[in-house]
Ligand binder design. Structure first.
Ligand SMILES: [Fe+2]
Ligand SMILES: [Fe+2]
Length: 341
């Protein structure tokens, strides 16, 4: 039985034979020692177990669930304004980035994270950057914009996603891997796309933020679907919810005022061949696969990633390129995140 601690959100698999059927029990969480309470009365016997699955089967899916989700999408944490502004600045090299540095001074949580990131060994300035203005002078406006994009999304993507088996920070590290990978691939294929590739790589899985509570609510059904180990978690979303996290992501993007180019890449990141040749969608898809291969943020989905048949050819990539990109991605993520945790 999968048990999630309500305090630290760690998920444990406890062998069913060790659980006393038909009783209520409490035991300390092995990770944080907080008491975990389990009510096994409904689990007693086959009838109880299947009734919880039956109840979960009755939960809304398809259009009904989408409607429900759209009513609550406003509850998502907003995308910080400074992140959107950073993208504008990336797009326009003549814009005044002093203005951005000033804007950041008013957003202290992001400013603190940007400073930490600027001092990571990734930028080769460990411990030497003392202020946002200083970071912008030393690293240049493009790097500062990139830092703000990372700093601003760290809090949104940093949470535990119990439904996806992702612990705090897992999705953010995976997303960083996809961002770096997307930029590397874009630089080879079409350098003009490199900034958009980085940003869309970073938020490509934002649909998971929305779906996570609905997956937890149906966790018995997901458990049952995944039990034979042959199916991807994406296929489980499609089967049980009747849509997947990339389909719902366009709603998140609308809510966050994410530009169209990024929205299309995010929408098709699992099946880029349906995007009518959208380069960014292929780039994010391949970077997603590479990030999974490096073991970044696997969660429950990692081992069954379906790579599009045409992606390698479309992006002019060879097998040996993948190893080189994987190494670079892993090194970048390690360097950039060493100060964050
Ligand atoms: Fe995804
Ligand atoms: Fe992903």
């Amino acid at each position: 039985m999968r048990v999630e601690c309500s305090n630290c959100h760690k998920v444990f698999d406890i062998p069913d034979e060790r659980l006393p059927k038909g009783k209520q029990i409490a035991f300390p969480c092995p990770a944080c020692q907080e008491s975990i309470q389990l009510d096994l009365r409904a689990e007693s016997g086959q009838a109880g177990a299947s009734s919880s699955q039956t109840e979960q089967r009755d939960l809304p899916k398809g259009d009904a669930l989408k409607k429900k989700i759209l009513r609550t999408v406003k509850n998502l944490p907003p995308m910080p304004q400074s992140v959107l502004k950073a993208r504008e600045i990336m797009a326009n090299p003549n814009s005044d980035f002093k203005e951005l540095a000033e804007l950041l001074e008013t957003d202290q949580a992001i400013a603190a994270r940007v400073l930490k990131l600027a001092n990571s060994s990734y930028y080769g300035l460990s411990g030497k950057v003392s202020s946002i203005q200083h970071a912008s002078v030393v690293l240049g406006h493009k790097a500062l914009a990139e830092l703000i994009t990372m700093g601003g999304t760290a809090s949104i993507l940093g949470n535990t996603l119990g439904g996806y088996g992702l612990e705090a920070g897992d999705l953010w590290r995976h997303s960083l891997g996809v961002a770096f990978g997307s930029r590397i691939i874009a630089n080879r294929k079409n350098p003009e796309l490199s900034n958009d590739a980085f940003a869309s790589g970073l938020i490509h899985d934002s649909g998971k933020l929305i779906l996570d509570p609905h997956i937890l609510e149906r966790k018995e059904l997901f458990h049952e679907f995944m039990a034979n180990g042959q199916q991807s978690f994406l296929a489980a979303e499609k089967q049980i919810l009747e849509f997947d996290h990339s389909e719902i992501a366009s709603e998140v993007c609308k809510n966050w005022n994410i530009p169209q180019a990024l929205t299309i890449a995010i929408r098709y990141h699992h099946y880029p061949s349906r995007s009518q040749g959208n380069q960014l969608a292929y780039i994010v898809h391949m970077a997603d696969a590479i990030s999974m291969m490096t073991g970044l943020g696997l969660g429950v989905d990692g081992m069954h990633y379906q790579i599009d048949d045409d992606a390698m050819e479309f992006l002019d990539l060879q097998e040996e390129d993948l190893n080189v990109i994987m190494e670079e991605v892993l090194e970048s993520v390690q360097k950039i995140s060493e100060q964050m945790h």
